[in-house]
Design a protein around this ligand. Structure first.
Ligand code: PRT
Ligand code: ZN
Length: 213
């Protein structure tokens, strides 16, 4: 049986449109957006799986998918054994610490012993440890920005893009701890015939990127 690459993409969110567009520009056709959870390409040996972004690194590690597209922030936070094979240049953002606008800031040591709300406890924990700061990390899955104004935490650590969400929640960005963009990840130890397909795909992706620059 000939090989088919299984590629996991975010079903619906900030990575989806650019991910779908990338394959389109690579000349790889498949249907999406009809509520389907998977789709076979009509002109390339690939099958696409549409998933929540947080689940993608795990599926790739387990070999359920051979490749996936996720934000670097999610790839690092989930800490799965996957290989980053290419940076894709879209969905750029940063993970930053923010505090109430009216509060003073003299540096990361201000957070010693404080409460910080985040959906990225691993990335934040690693950063604080590297700075020699001990703080209480409160993991929350959404609406992190509201935590300081309701007294849950003195600071947040969240994804920032334009900065308008921080602004509208009365917060100011004081420290960037991680910069992210969409990346293509692969499962370790791809069989040779799948690796050939990955090489073909990468060749096309690079050509698309060169054409855009
Ligand atoms: O449903 P699913 O779990 O698949 O999606 P999700 O809601 O977890 O993720 P999604 O679609 O919001 O984001 C997917 C990826 O896009 C993230 O993991 C990042 O790598 C990247 N990305 C780029 C962003 C943003 N920009 C972004 N602005 N992810 C989130 N945001 C959020 C942020 O959390 C905050 O609430 O947007 C708000 C801040 O935006 P600004 O422009 O107001 O600063
Ligand atoms: Zn998610």
């Amino acid at each position: 049986m000939s090989s088919v690459l299984r590629i996991a993409l975010q079903k619906s969110g900030r990575l989806s449109e650019d991910s779908y567009q990338l394959f389109k520009e690579c000349g790889i056709r498949f249907d999406y957006g009809t509520g389907k959870l998977k789709s076979i390409s009509s002109n390339f040996p690939a099958e696409f799986l549409f998933l929540r972004d947080d689940d993608i690194p795990g599926y790739v590690e387990d070999g359920v998918a051979d490749l996936g597209i996720v934000g670097e922030n999610v790839a690092v936070e989930t800490n799965r054994q996957v290989n980053t094979i290419h940076k894709l240049g879209f969905s750029k953002c940063r993970l930053s610490i923010a505090i109430l606008r009216g509060n003073d800031w003299s540096g990361i040591q201000d957070l010693e012993g404080k409460n910080i709300a985040t959906s990225y406890p691993n990335l934040l924990g690693t950063y604080l440890a590297s700075q020699g700061v001990t703080a209480n990390i409160h993991e929350i899955s959404g609406s992190v920005e509201i935590a300081p104004s309701i007294g849950l935490a003195e600071a947040v650590c969240d994804i920032v893009s334009s900065g308008s969400t921080l602004l509208s929640n009365g917060l100011k960005e004081v420290e960037t701890i991680f910069r992210s963009e969409a990346i293509l990840i692969a499962r370790p130890e791809l069989p040779a015939e799948k690796q050939t397909l990955v090489d073909k795909l990468l060749f096309r992706i690079k050509a698309v990127q060169v054409a855009k620059n």
